[in-house]
Each structure stands twice: as structure tokens, then as C-alpha cells.
Design a protein around this ligand. Structure first.
Ligand SMILES: Nc1ncnc2c1ncn2[C@@H]1O[C@H](COP(=O)(O)OP(=O)(O)OP(=O)(O)O)[C@@H](O)[C@H]1O
Length: 589
């Protein structure tokens, strides 16, 4: 798997924006498989070219007056039988080699994307938005897979079919070949034009369906609100109106599909009749045999179908190429956290020194933080307070290392954080974010996330410290209770305590805590405070504080206003000063 990921990354790094070259490079290591798949594909398709000749031979032999054609009929029948039967075997091998190559590139692409995502900086990920990233990993990779089978299989099929059918025709009758050259493009273009019309109304209908299904999902989510406000009838009517629209659009689509379907079929048949008349006259004049009339008829169909498939393939290939580029946006992105040649620290004590730090978000005109100077001593709990948007979370992100100062530096135990392999620091760090991030596993899995061996005693100890033990004891499956998507089956307070337990079990030296703003009842609040007190004990703790109790318990408080640190000191010092903090405190109470 590792080499596959390397090839994928190499393809993008070497060829950058040249999508077709990237696509070919992606298959490095699979060229033999693709070649074998193509060879088997060609053999598998031999009946399509040889059958018309054999049929012509049989017809010609059957029309012989002296009855001497029976041997020819048998020989051609045996040839046809062999050709038909080999198709089963060669199809198996064609699919096997083709699928092995294409599927492994597909999974290689997904694996490379996931790996790269884990390395990309957090601001880059935020910029990209999760929906777009998900679409790149699933939909774009699927489009590349479709593109691959079209480039390596369908195009090959079309080309071989065209070359063989036209070649045999030219060899046997230049007159019929000339007729093909004149009529095939016209008939193919007409067929494609009709298909396009059908496709257009089809996609309109699809959009309507997607829109409606989004409304249905929205309605389902809103059922409790609708019930609470007695709006059930309105909701039903609103959706019924959409269903009516689907009904009329669907009817329109059915009619258009049926009309264009029959017109495109009829025009194709008319060209076939023209071809039949043309070759029929040639046979009457003795230029070709009656058997050849059937043969050219089949080749005409093959050539028309090949040309129209080729035209319809173009948009799909263009879409696939777009997806190759879209995936490239991630794989060639340079905004990765670089750890090479940086200092790996074995231990973290927990002393931070923020020195003259400024920070500006990419593409923004103004700094968000200005000349920030804060000293955080070992084991201290420092609370950052201030109005919404003042820059508190940005400071925490700097301290986690998600982002780097645009000016100034942050020292951790005397080392510039820019010179450190941040992974080695983060092994000693636990982050409790503002909105608890849980996944749809069990409570145990959520707490021990990323820690393979945790003893039951340690787990119990942590659960007790996080004030969760009593809650979990009452659950039927205890620690193995599934908590639903994003932990929906837990209360807000319980979710926060799971998050605290997750931090505690890591026994970190530094805790970064973005306190949740949501109001909890005093009982839950007290339980969380108790858990937090245990969590912060003897560790450097950096908190964006909203709760009065947290602010009181903090060793130091930093008051942030519009990106400036206005005041820094203990609770009592700041209260006595009667400055910004004092005002803020009065405002809150
Ligand atoms: N990714 C970003 N790109 C551009 N500007 C940003 C970005 N993230 C935050 N900001 C801006 O930076 C400023 C500080 O944001 P920050 O989240 O640090 O504030 P905060 O004090 O933590 O606010 P709150 O208490 O509401 O969480 C805000 O004006 C915000 O709009």
C-alpha cells in the first residue's frame, strides 16, 4: 500500500497540472495488467468482427445452386462456436486484470488523500470545508475510476472496432467504404443530438428529485418543531406541492424520452435502410455477393455505434480529467505541517512564553493578535477572557501549533515552537474543544481513542475523576454503550465529561481547554467543575474561560481585547486594579 501511495503522490508532484500524464503515471506498476487486459479484450471481441464474415460465407454457401456449400456452412459454424465460447474465458481474464489495476489505483488514491489530509495544516482543512473534502475522497475518485475504464477499455474497444470494421470494408469494397465515410458521421451526430436532449431533461428531473429529497430530510429533522407549533398540515402541503412538481416534470421527461428515443431509433433505422438499399443495388450489379450485404449491414451498425459512443464519451472523459485535477488540489497542496529535521522532545514540562506575537489569517488584511506577551509558568492554570471575537481561540490554536505566529515567537520550555517536531509535543498535550467531538462508537472507544492498551482500573479511575462513573454504571451496556452519531444519546454535560475523561486518560503535561459556552444546570456545572479541577491539577492548563468558577480558580487571568492583552495577573490583583477585568466581571454578574 505504501508504494501505491508513493506512486500516486509522485504522479501529481511530477506532472502537476497535466491531467492525462498524471492519469497514466497513476498506473505505474500496473502497465502489464492493463496490457494483458487489453489483449484479452481484443480477443474477446473477435466474434464481433469475424461473425459478419462467417454469416456472409454461410449465406453465400446456402445460395449455391449445386448444393456444394454444406462443408463451408459447417466450417463457418464451428469457427463461430469456438469464437463465441472463447469469449467467456477471455472476458474473465480481461475483467480480472482490468479490475485489479483500476481498483488498486482507486484505493491508492483514497489512501493518499486520507494520508495527506492528516498532514495538511488545520487552517487549510477549514478553508477546504468538510463537504468538499468528502466529495474529493469519494466522488472524484469514483470519477477517476470511471475515466480509467473509459480510457483503457471503452476507447480501446471503440478504436479497435472502428479500425477492424473500416479496414475489412476498405479491403473488400472501396465503394462501400466511401459510402460509410459519408453517411456514418451524419447518422452518429443525429443520434448523439437526440441523446443529449434526453440527457438534459433527465438531469433537470434529477435536480428536482435531489432538491425534494433535501426537503424531505429537512422535514424529518423538523418534525419535533412542527409538532410543537402545530404546523403538521403546512409541512404536508409544502411537500405535497413539490411531489406534484415531480409528477409533472416526470411526465414531461417520460414523454420527451419516449419521443426522442423513438426518433433517434427511427433515424438510425433509416440510415440502415439506406445502407441496405445501397449494398443491395451493388449486389444486384454483381459488385458484391448477397452474403456481403449482411456483412456490411453489421459493420455499418458497428461503425455508427462506435462513432456515437466516442462522441458521448467526451464529456465523461472531461469530467474525469476535472476530477484528476480536483484531487490534485489536495495532493499538491504545500500547506502541510513540516516535521522533518525538527527537534523531537522526549518530555514536556509545560512552561510557555509568548513573546511579541502577532497573528494574521491568510488572505486577511489585518492582524488578529497584536504584540502579545504572556508568560505561563509550569503547572499554572491561565484563563483567557474577553469579548467574543477578541482572539482567544486564536491564541489556543497558536499554543497547539495549528497555526504559527506571523511575528514574534512562542517558547515551550525554552525552545521556539517553530523548531520543534510538534508531534512529540502533542504526545504530552490534551485538548478539550468547545464543542465536544465524539464519534459513533461506544463510550469506551470514545474515551480511549488512540490508546490501544488501557487497563480497566485506570479507566475506572478516570471515569470516577470525570464524574462519569455513576452515569455509566446505570447504563445497560456500561462502558460498551453505543452513544449514537456525534454522541447524540448523551446529554450535553455528559458529552463534556466524556471529553474531559478522554483528556485525563492521556495523563498529559499540558491541557488546552476551550470551555463550552452553553449554559448547563447548576448540578451539571458543578460536576464538570469537579472534573476540571482534577484534570488541571499539577499540569499547565490554558483555558478560554466563560464560567465564573473557572476564572476564580485560575492562577492567572489574561484579558484579551481586540487582539491585545490588556491585563494579566491573579484574580485578586485584577479585581483590585478595577480595570478591564473588573468591568467585564461586573458586566457578567
Ligand atoms: N480562519 C479564519 N480566517 C479569518 N479570520 C478568522 C478565522 N478564524 C477566526 N477569525 C477571526 O479572528 C477573530 C478572532 O477569532 P477567535 O475565534 O480567536 O475569537 P474568540 O475570542 O475565541 O471568540 P469566541 O469567544 O466567540 O469564540 C475574529 O474576528 C474572527 O472573525
Amino acid at each position: 500500500m505504501d508504494t501505491l501511495e508513493k506512486i500516486v503522490q509522485q504522479s501529481y508532484d511530477t506532472h502537476q497540472k497535466k491531467s492525462f500524464k498524471v492519469l497514466i503515471h497513476l498506473y505505474k506498476g500496473h502497465y502489464v495488467k492493463l496490457l494483458l487486459s487489453a489483449v484479452f479484450y481484443t480477443i474477446k471481441h473477435i466474434p464481433a468482427w469475424v461473425m459478419p464474415i462467417a454469416i456472409a460465407n454461410v449465406i453465400n454457401a446456402a445460395t449455391l445452386k449445386d448444393g456444394g456449400g454444406i462443408r463451408t456452412i459447417y466450417i463457418n459454424a464451428i469457427v463461430m462456436l469456438i469464437l463465441v465460447l472463447q469469449n467467456i474465458l477471455t472476458n474473465y481474464y480481461h475483467t480480472k486484470y482490468n479490475s485489479l489495476a483500476i481498483r488498486s489505483v482507486e484505493s491508492g488514491l483514497r489512501a493518499s488523500l486520507i494520508k495527506k489530509l492528516q498532514e495538511l495544516s488545520i487552517p487549510f482543512q477549514k478553508e477546504m470545508q468538510s463537504g468538499r473534502l468528502q466529495s474529493k475522497i469519494m466522488r472524484d475518485v469514483e470519477a477517476v475510476q470511471t475515466l480509467s475504464s473509459q480510457v483503457f477499455v471503452s476507447s480501446l474497444n471503440i478504436l479497435v472496432n472502428l479500425i477492424v470494421a473500416l479496414g475489412i470494408t476498405l479491403y473488400n469494397s472501396p465503394t462501400v467504404f466511401l459510402f460509410f465515410l459519408l453517411t456514418v458521421p451524419i447518422s452518429a451526430i443525429i443520434i448523439v443530438a437526440f441523446r443529449k436532449k434526453i440527457k438534459h431533461s433527465n438531469s433537470e428531473f434529477r435536480r428536482e428529485m435531489e432538491e425534494t429529497s433535501a426537503r424531505v430530510i429537512e422535514m424529518i429533522e423538523l418534525v419535533p418543531i412542527a409538532r410543537a407549533h402545530a404546523l403538521e398540515k403546512q409541512e404536508v402541503t409544502r411537500l405535497n406541492n413539490r411531489f406534484q412538481q415531480i409528477l409533472s416534470k416526470g411526465f414531461h421527461l417520460d414523454m420527451i424520452q419516449s419521443l426522442f428515443g423513438s426518433v433517434s431509433w427511427a433515424s438510425f433505422q433509416i440510415f440502415q435502410i439506406i445502407c441496405l438499399v445501397f449494398t443491395g443495388i451493388l449486389a444486384l450489379r454483381g459488385t458484391i455477393t448477397p452474403g456481403e450485404v449482411v456483412m456490411y449491414q453489421t459493420y455499418f451498425t458497428t461503425v455508427v455505434n462506435s462513432v456515437s459512443s466516442m462522441i458521448t464519451l467526451i464529456p465523461t472523459i472531461a469530467k474525469g480529467m476535472e476530477s484528476v485535477e480536483s484531487i490534485g488540489e489536495i495532493l499538491t497542496a504545500g500547506e502541510v505541517e513540516k516535521h522533518d529535521n525538527k527537534i523531537r522532545i522526549k518530555d514536556v514540562k509545560g512552561h510557555f512564553s509568548i513573546q511579541n506575537v502577532n497573528y494574521r489569517y491568510t488572505d486577511e488584511k489585518q492582524d488578529i493578535l497584536h504584540n502579545l506577551n504572556v508568560e505561563i509558568n509550569l503547572g499554572e492554570t491561565v484563563a483567557f477572557v474577553g469579548e467574543s471575537g477578541s482572539g482567544k481561540s486564536t491564541i489556543l490554536h497558536l499554543l497547539i501549533g495549528y497555526i504559527q505566529p506571523t511575528k514574534g515567537k512562542i517558547l515551550l520550555d525554552g525552545n521556539d515552537m517553530n523548531s520543534l517536531d510538534l508531534r512529540s509535543y502533542r504526545n504530552h498535550l490534551a485538548v478539550v474543544p468547545q464543542s465536544t467531538i465524539l464519534f459513533s462508537g461506544t463510550i469506551r472507544e470514545n474515551i480511549t481513542y488512540g490508546m490501544p492498551s488501557v487497563s480497566e482500573e485506570r479507566l475506572k479511575e478516570v471515569l470516577k475523576a470525570a464524574n462519569l462513573w455513576e452515569v455509566i454504571k446505570k447504563m445497560p451496556d456500561g462502558l460498551n454503550t453505543k452513544i449514537g452519531e456525534h454522541g447524540d444519546k448523551l446529554s450535553g454535560g455528559q458529552r463534556q465529561r466524556v471529553s474531559i475523561a478522554r483528556a485525563l486518560i492521556r495523563n498529559p503535561k499540558v491541557i488546552i481547554l476551550d470551555e463550552a459556552t452553553s449554559a448547563l444546570d447548576s448540578h451539571s456545572e458543578a460536576k464538570i467543575q469537579e472534573a476540571l479541577a482534577i484534570l488541571c491539577k499539577n499540569r499547565t492548563t490554558l483555558i478560554v474561560a466563560h464560567r465564573l468558577s473557572t476564572i476564580k480558580n485560575a492562577d492567572k487571568i489574561a484579558v484579551i481585547e481586540k487582539g491585545h492583552c490588556m491585563e494579566f495577573g491573579t484574580y485578586n490583583e485584577l479585581m483590585l486594579k478595577k480595570g478591564k477585568f473588573f468591568q467585564l466581571k461586573q458586566l457578567q454578574s
